[in-house]
Design a protein around this ligand. Sequence first.
Ligand code: NAD
Length: 261
Amino acid sequence: VYSELKNRVAVVTGGSKGIGTAISERFGKEGMKVVINYHSDEKGAQAAADTVKKNGGDAVIVQADIGSEEGAQKLIDAAVENFGDLDVWVNNAGMENQVATKDMSLDDWNKVINVNLTGVFLGTKMALRYFTDHNKQGNIINMSSVHEQIPWPTFAHYAASKGGVKLFTQTVAMEYAKQNIRVNAIGPGAINTPINAEKFADPEQKATTTSMIPMGRIGDPEEVAAVAAWLASDESSYVTGITMFVDGGMTLYPSFQGGRG
Ligand code: NAD
């Protein structure tokens, strides 16, 4: 627990399940006040909010499409109206679908880019406006992926969106460094969340994924949330513009493990 985080106000996009829920709940343990955004799963968001409160924090849930400017505006408004401030904005919402690039519809492409990349831009812009207007040394955390670095055939839109998040994060970090606004990304590997539920329910597919992870296991959302808490805290006060991979070594060229090659 980072004591300075107590009472700080956070927005977490896509907080109704998976990594977004784990980050919200961890922020609750830090005594933070969390605006939990959801798109369609109100029940999931409410359950996360209940846990945040049980953990010692406070929470409200807000329906919004983070791929729209009105959606992002709704979230900053909720932070100010309910908790009177904003300190941390986590652009976590994301989606993927598998399709060969030659068969990818423009709609497939636009949907993924809109949530994963445009959503990160819109959330970041809202947060930056608040931080600069209020002279705050705020903190922005973007959920990237190991696929900002590792190519992923049949997920070209997803990989493109995460590659975009990487350079967007670096650029904005540099642009606002003088104001002490820190902007970082987290690059999860394979994490046990609903996005992967179908894949990991199949023992063969799960074994294939596990074989690509030097540590030999799938990660838990709480292990991603721990990094988000550190990046949000003052312990990381000199860290900006990085992607911190949380991947059990997946980005380390695992095919070379054991001296192969
Ligand atoms: P998830 O599917 O469990 O959760 C994604 C969340 O984003 C959901 O709550 C969903 O409702 C929300 N969302 C989707 N579209 C939205 C929109 N338009 N507006 C608001 N919210 C929207 O997935 P997850 O595994 O928890 O993923 C969270 C983030 O982590 C994503 O950005 C994902 O790309 C990234 N990530 C996940 C993994 C993994 O293995 N699980 C690996 C690398 C990166």
